[in-house]
Ligand binder design. Structure first.
Ligand code: SAH
Ligand code: SF4
Ligand code: F3S
Length: 438
């Protein structure tokens, strides 16, 4: 029975989106139903990201705003979870007297107990890492959500320590889930009507490499593909250095594997890649892209780029633009470098004027808009297969994702939700496609 309301705001990556789903599911057992209105909520939780400095500021500002809801007479629990919580810990409780709970990235299983305590007025922070096998049994599953596409965590944490990145510090050591648990979860989801799974982790393609007796990531994909009912498989994120020939081969002979891959390059310059500690070169990255394009014609790429890394010269930046020209991403997430405390890159001399960094970002984004347009326009007139997931943007429309990951809106009956439908594309927008049922 729901007697209370829970409001969650989620920042950052899919790990947080997935954790928020877990939190909703866990707190349902305590009588909390999700709400979209902070003002009426009995509990407010911010699931935070600290990958860039600005993201942290956003959290502090947001908390300051939300505080107005915690008025006299209203018992409201305020909680911070995710990566800023992990990084700041108790300090947050000290800084913010109205805050009740701080919950780190390895401690979600403690949340029900913490919330019960907070209901009695107890303030608590839990941020210790559990970097051992105990964690394998602490993957609370998500119940009571009926959706057609679902995340399935295959690994957590990251051991790569790219020189700019805070993630290894806030998500802890890399750990792969038992394949038996993953396969049972996917089979259960298929039984519940899920048609697409997105295998999730900071670095999925290093799955199983450090565990004896577990399959490698390409082997795992093949095992997941055997589960009937699951018709589409995606994964995110993969690190280019761990993009093996075996994994590339999956795109050739596992038809259920979607024709889209997120493969962040970060930079097109070898000098910058070396400073970033990425473990691959421009050529080896492009070589993998070329192999993927040859085993799966029509595959589309998305990626991440950091501009203005310390010491990035004009030539380095031009190399990034030329890498984009060679890959031709359908979508690209681009960020201005932001120094993070405790990372190796934070010690590098960061003397590029902000103006230069912003000008580079603008140029890069302009090029990307052109690429997105050039890649999407030719779809007009062609037929794509869409997994219909829900209502569309406009009345009478339904919507879903094409194999290449793009959202497609088209006129149709909501009875089609849950099925795969062939749709002819009639128009390409910057973020979606419009079509008609064939
Ligand atoms: N595990 C993923 C990415 C995690 S962070 C991977 O390895 O690809 C998501 C993206 O944020 C990164 O790919 C990077 O482009 C960006 N990013 C990470 N740290 C950053 C920093 N300090 N400044 C700017 N962008 C950063
Ligand atoms: Fe960060 Fe690198 Fe790990 Fe990705 S692989 S999470 S960029 S340290
Ligand atoms: Fe942000 Fe944490 Fe993800 S820092 S990008 S929410 S792992």
């Amino acid at each position: 029975m729901f007697t209370k309301l829970l409001y969650i705001e989620t920042f950052g990556c899919q790990m947080n989106v997935n954790d928020s789903e877990r939190i909703v599911s866990m707190l349902a057992d305590l009588g909390y139903a999700p709400t979209n209105e902070a003002a009426v909520a009995d509990m407010i939780l911010l699931n935070t990201c600290s990958v860039r400095g600005g993201a942290e500021e956003k959290v502090y500002n947001r908390l300051a705003n939300l505080r107005i809801y915690k008025r006299d007479g209203k018992q409201q629990i305020i909680a911070v979870g995710g990566c800023v919580a992990q990084q700041e810990g108790e300090e947050l409780l000290r800084k913010l007297p109205y805050l009740d709970l701080v919950i780190g990235t390895h401690n979600l299983h403690l949340l029900p107990d913490m919330v019960r305590g907070a209901e009695r007025g107890e303030r608590r922070s839990e941020t210790s890492f559990i970097d051992n096998d105990q964690r394998l049994d602490l993957f609370p599953s998500i119940k009571g959500e009926s959706r057609l596409s679902r995340f399935v965590t295959v690994m957590q944490g990251c051991d790569n320590f790219c020189s700019y990145c805070i993630v290894p510090f806030v998500r802890g050591r890399e750990i792969s889930r038992r394949s038996a648990d993953i396969l049972t979860e996917v089979a259960q989801l298929a039984y519940e009507g899920v048609r697409e799974v997105i295998l999730l982790g900071q670095n999925v393609n290093s799955y199983g490499l450090k565990t004896v007796g577990e399959p490698t990531f390409p082997e795992l994909i093949r095992q997941v593909a055997e589960i009937s009912g699951i018709d589409r498989i995606r994964f995110t994120t993969s690190h280019p250095k761990d993009m093996s020939d075996e994994l590339i081969a999956c795109f050739g002979d596992v038809p259920k594997l979607a024709g889209q891959i997120h493969l962040p390059a970060q930079s097109g310059s070898d000098a910058v890649l070396k400073l970033m500690g990425r473990g691959y070169t421009r050529d080896s990255y492009l070589d993998k892209v070329a192999k993927l394009k040859s085993v799966r014609p029509g595959i589309v790429f998305t990626g991440d780029i950091i501009v203005g890394f310390p010491g990035e010269t004009d030539d380095d930046f031009e190399a990034t633009l030329s890498l984009m020209e060679e890959v031709r991403y359908i979508d690209l997430f681009s960020f201005v470098y932001s120094p993070r405390p405790g990372t190796k890159a934070a010690e590098l001399h960061d003397d590029l004027p902000k103006k230069v960094k912003m000008a580079r970002l603008d140029r890069l984004m302009e090029l990307q808009r052109r690429h997105t347009r050039d890649i999407c326009q030719p779809y007009i007139g062609s037929v794509v297969n869409v997994l219909v997931e829900g209502e569309g943007k406009l009345p009478g429309q339904i919507s879903g994702k094409a194999d290449i990951g793009r959202i497609v809106n088209f006129s149709g009956d909501s009875a089609l939700i849950g099925s795969f439908v062939d749709v002819r594309i009639t128009k390409a927008y910057p973020n979606s496609l419009l079509g008609e049922r064939v």
